[in-house]
Design a protein around this ligand. Structure first.
Ligand SMILES: NC(=O)c1ccc[n+]([C@@H]2O[C@H](COP(=O)([O-])OP(=O)(O)OC[C@H]3O[C@@H](n4cnc5c(N)ncnc54)[C@H](O)[C@@H]3O)[C@@H](O)[C@H]2O)c1
Length: 361
């Protein structure tokens, strides 16, 4: 492996062509790091051509002259063990995954092998070759299963909200992950989440799980089964119907711009801790329901959002979820949300217009 200039850090990002991986690759290289990315465009295998992330891989190669792409499947155990032995990264950010809960039920083996098996491959490779390096895992709020749906809710004109004052600030990390419906995706991600914690607690490695709300931004290849805001804006611009699954369209998600998520990872890299868990989302201020998201997208495009409604909600789907950011802010006081939901949607609109070649209105 090529020798780095003095003081330069080697960062390994899995899922580097995806939304989070690409944002992190750009952010860390802007901080002077050398970034190695692992991606095999598996998103196109999961979701078809509209999930293809090659365009984003090409963007990284263009924007980061020192970026080093590794075309590898994280399920390839020997390949991962060898690669980490060669690179010995100073930090691992693991963002490669099968990311959709509905898709997982169709492909349970691929889902589990990727999400749980792939994570184990990376953890064990890190333990053998760079146990001191922070290991940051992109987990998900689906590890809480559908238990958030047991919280008392109030129904408002456009959204659901927590009626129980204990959750006025959102869901904290102490919320139970046990005995609720997770979907197979939630279960494979939870298996990985517990493994990441265990490599911290058992082996003393500086690991953390970031239990994401909706991570979003202009570089998502949003599809119906994953990437709700990105897909919703795309539907609006293309004049396509958005299909609402139950809960009257008032289901609430908190949205964090991928750049704010990358900034959090940078803080963890600079001051790592062992076996930590953080609920990393946009918090209440950046939360919205589907109906509210329609209104925001319409305000930018001037186009009425067409939609169809199906009474049945997605199995295990949250009615209302937003993250309590208290622990994130307490551990990393220099970090906070810096990009509003409004600005995030503006950027997504702009990005789809460019990518779809749609004229500005
Ligand atoms: N986007 C969200 O709303 C959200 C929310 C919570 C958690 N997360 C988690 O964050 C992480 C990143 O999500 P994202 O939105 O960037 O997803 P994404 O699908 O945009 O990116 C994932 C990337 O990983 C690659 N990949 C998948 N399987 C692979 C494999 N076996 N080997 C190599 N590469 C592989 C894909 O090709 C893709 O480019 C995932 O772990 C996801 O579960 C995302």
């Amino acid at each position: 492996m090529e020798k780095l200039p003095h003081g330069m850090k080697n960062i390994l990002v899995t899922g580097s062509s995806g939304l989070i991986g690409s944002e992190v690759s750009i952010f860390f290289s802007q901080q002077g790091c050398r970034v190695h990315g692992i991606d095999n465009n598996q998103r196109a295998v999961f979701f078809g051509a509209s999930g293809d992330t090659r365009w984003n891989q090409a963007r990284l190669t263009k924007e980061i002259p020192t970026f080093c792409h590794h075309e590898m499947d994280i399920r390839n155990r020997d390949g991962i063990l060898n690669l980490l032995g060669e690179i010995r990264p100073d930090c691992i950010i693991h963002a490669a995954a099968q990311p959709s809960h509905d898709k997982a039920a169709e492909i349970p083996f691929e889902d589990f092998d990727t999400n749980a098996g792939g994570t184990l491959n990376l953890l064990e490779a890190a333990r053998r070759h760079c146990p001191e390096s922070p290991f940051i895992y992109l987990s998900t709020n689906k590890v809480y299963g559908d238990r958030p749906n047991s919280i008392a809710l109030s129904e408002e004109a456009m959204r659901w909200d927590y009626a129980d004052p204990a959750f006025a600030g959102g869901i904290p990390e102490s919320f139970s992950i046990d005995q609720s419906k997770h979907s197979l995706f939630g279960a494979s991600k939870l298996a990985a989440d517990v493994l990441v914690q265990e490599y911290g607690r058992y082996f003393g490695m500086p690991t953390c799980c970031l239990r994401g709300g909706c991570l979003t931004g202009p570089n998502h290849s949003g599809v119906e089964l994953h990437g709700f805001l990105s897909y919703l804006v795309k539907c609006n611009i293309e004049g396509r119907e958005y299909r609402i699954h139950g809960y009257k369209g008032k289901q609430v998600r908190d949205n964090i711009h991928a750049e704010d998520a990358a900034r959090f990872m940078w803080e963890f890299f600079r001051a790592p801790r062992v076996a930590e868990v953080y609920n990393l989302g946009g918090g209440k201020a950046n939360s919205c329901s589907i109906l509210e998201a329609f209104a925001m997208a319409e305000s930018f495009t001037g186009k009425k959002q067409a939609s169809t409604y199906e009474d049945a909600h997605r199995s295990g789907d949250h009615i209302c979820y937003y993250s309590d950011l208290t622990k994130c802010r307490a551990h990393f006081p220099d970090w906070d949300i810096t990009i509003s939901l409004h600005e995030t949607i503006r950027q997504i609109v702009e990005s789809w217009r460019t990518r779809l070649g749609s004229p500005l209105i």
